[in-house]
Design a protein around this ligand. Structure first.
Ligand code: ADP
Length: 395
């Protein structure tokens, strides 16, 4: 029983072959520079193989790694037939999808109609599905959406305060992203808390970052919006900003609306403020060497997270656990310490020693006396995708 998890981007493709029941990973990999030249990183049991190999399109990329899985030196399956189904990460499910679905013609049509809401992501995700259908005919494909978990938000939290017609006619509302991760982490936290009526705040801090307020397992509010640009200060995204900045920048820098949005998505955030990098590690290093701008960048990142935690504690009317996940959340003890310090007034007491311990396990990093738990929970979106896929296709 194996599920192939695919995450297709415009010039990249991540894959993972997984047992959906126990989460055991048989092989994982990344195809990059598709349509340019082609580069493959394939990993089996922590052993990485890197190859430059021609990938004119996503079709060749999939064919190449399937061949390696079934016929390579370190083959992990005897034949492609061992793959039962394919689970696809799909970024935008709009209001159509509040859970994962088996892909059929109607689903494809709906995904295509959502392209204006996710012009960078949905076309690549749809292409991934179509190529998988072509290369592995007869095998079911399942779409797992970044937005689905947040479909439980109420109108009072997902509406923007613009004329109502813009929501009705054009779908202008908050959708939220990273839903698969927020679901996985909040569910793990629920198990750790061992109570059903849980109030959990999940901080998914990677290159893209978002916070989610989860009550009794349901997303109540989240920081990303119509697009992933809203909310926290991210690697290259500004996060929350006065919309007036757009027209001001367009005027001052002679940029079009699209160029300005690109500027806020690709040139801003940690990269734009620090002038160093979008990679937090480099900014921390610079700050330790006395770079003031780097220090301000880190403080901005942490203050924004703190503001969201406090506002979501208000929305939830209390908080049982604050969870940290993804590249920064799982690894950057400095960020966790800065975010939690000063929140003692709401029962949040971080244990500095426990916070420094590093491992890949779910762990508790609060003091014994802390009313609110603080957890580090490594996310596992692929496991959710494989699991949903299995549950939808099993006979
Ligand atoms: P993506 O959104 O691309 O999946 P990740 O979840 O991999 O991102 O997170 C990438 C971020 O995690 C980068 O900013 C990187 O600097 C940061 N990161 C990874 N390890 C550490 C670490 N030890 N200390 C600080 N930041 C880290």
């Amino acid at each position: 029983m194996l599920i192939l998890v695919l995450n297709a981007g415009s010039s990249s493709l991540k894959y993972q072959l997984m047992n959906p029941k126990d989460g055991q990973v048989k092989a994982t990999g990344l195809c990059e520079r598709i349509g340019i030249d082609g580069r493959l990183v394939h990993e089996v049991e922590n052993k990485k193989t890197k190859k430059d190999i021609s990938m004119p399109s996503h079709k060749e990329a999939i064919e190449i790694f399937l061949d390696i899985l079934a016929n390579g030196e370190e083959k992990v399956i005897d034949s492609i037939e061992e793959i039962q189904a394919i689970g696809h990460r799909v970024v935008h499910g709009g209001e159509y999808f509040s859970s994962s679905v088996v892909v059929n013609e109607d689903v494809i049509e709906k995904l295509e109609s959502l392209i204006p809401l996710a012009p960078l992501h949905n076309p690549a995700n749809i292409m991934g599905v179509k190529i998988a259908q072509q290369i592995m005919p007869g095998k079911p494909n399942v779409a797992v959406f970044d937005t689905a978990f947040h479909q439980t938000m109420e109108a009072s939290n997902f509406m923007y305060a613009v004329p109502y017609e813009d929501y009705k006619d054009h779908g202008v509302r908050k959708y939220g992203f990273h839903g698969t991760s927020h679901y996985y982490v909040s569910n793990e936290a629920k198990k750790m808390l061992n109570k059903d009526d849980s109030k959990v705040i999940v901080c998914h801090l990677g290159n893209g970052s978002s916070v989610c307020a989860v009550k009794d397992g349901k997303s109540i509010d989240t920081s990303m919006g119509l697009t992933p640009l809203e909310g926290l200060v991210m690697g290259t995204r500004s996060g929350d900003i006065d919309a007036g900045v757009l027209s001001y920048l367009m005027d001052k820098k002679d940029m079009s609306a699209q160029e300005t949005v690109n500027y806020l998505n690709k040139k801003s955030g940690l990269l734009g403020v620090s002038g160093i990098s979008s990679d937090l590690r480099e900014i921390i290093e610079a700050s330790e060497n006395g770079d003031e701008r780097a220090k301000t960048t880190i403080d901005m990142k942490c203050n924004r997270i703190k503001k969201y935690i406090c506002s979501y504690a208000g929305v939830l009317e209390g908080v049982d656990a604050i969870c940290f996940t993804a590249g920064i959340g799982e690894n950057a003890d400095l960020i966790r310490e800065k975010v939690c310090s000063g929140l003692e007034f709401m029962g949040v007491e971080i244990d500095s020693e426990k916070n420094k311990i590093r491992n890949d396990e779910n762990r508790e990093i609060n003091k014994e006396s802390s009313k609110t738990k603080i957890y580090v929970i490594p996310t596992n979106e692929e496991f959710v995708i494989a699991n949903d896929t299995y549950n939808l296709v099993k006979a």
